[in-house]
Design a protein around this ligand. Structure first.
Ligand code: FEO
Length: 136
């Protein structure tokens, strides 16, 4: 069972970005599954940390692509990345300190944010990159 589907809604036709997004979808689904199956907190936290790490890796790659291509909307895009990482890292800390309970609501947030960010903000970037490379 998954909470997030890898489908045409979020496929942007950029090989590197799509490959990394697909990995993010897998990680969100694994995190969701672990919570749904009520796995041990330590296992769930390990998955959350893995998700944070991979997200940061992906954001850095995307930001490098933006800089290399002198993307005009670099700053607002990076701002969205930063807010997301800060929010998820804050969730991780609050869970670790016992101030937030692990729940499926966290996965709902992850899914909604990712889908919206990919469909709007990343799509805009990929359209720009495709136009720049003469593919559109
Ligand atoms: Fe694919 Fe802007 O994150």
């Amino acid at each position: 069972m998954s909470i997030l589907a890898w489908d045409k809604n979020i496929i942007l036709d950029h090989p590197i970005i799509d490959q990394q997004h697909q990995k993010l979808v897998i990680l969100v689904n694994e995190f969701y599954e672990a919570i749904r199956k009520k796995e041990a907190n330590s296992a769930i936290m390990e998955l959350l940390q893995g998700l944070i790490d991979y997200t940061e890796f992906h954001f850095k790659d995307e930001q490098n692509l933006m800089r290399l291509n002198q993307y005009p909307d670099y700053l607002p895009h990076v701002s969205e990345h930063r807010k997301f990482v800060a929010h998820v890292a804050d969730c991780y800390t609050r869970i670790s300190e016992g101030k937030l309970v692990i729940s499926l609501e966290i996965t709902s947030f992850l899914r909604s944010w990712l889908v919206e960010h990919i469909k709007v903000t990343d799509k805009k970037l990929c359209t720009f990159l495709a136009q720049k490379s003469g593919k559109q």
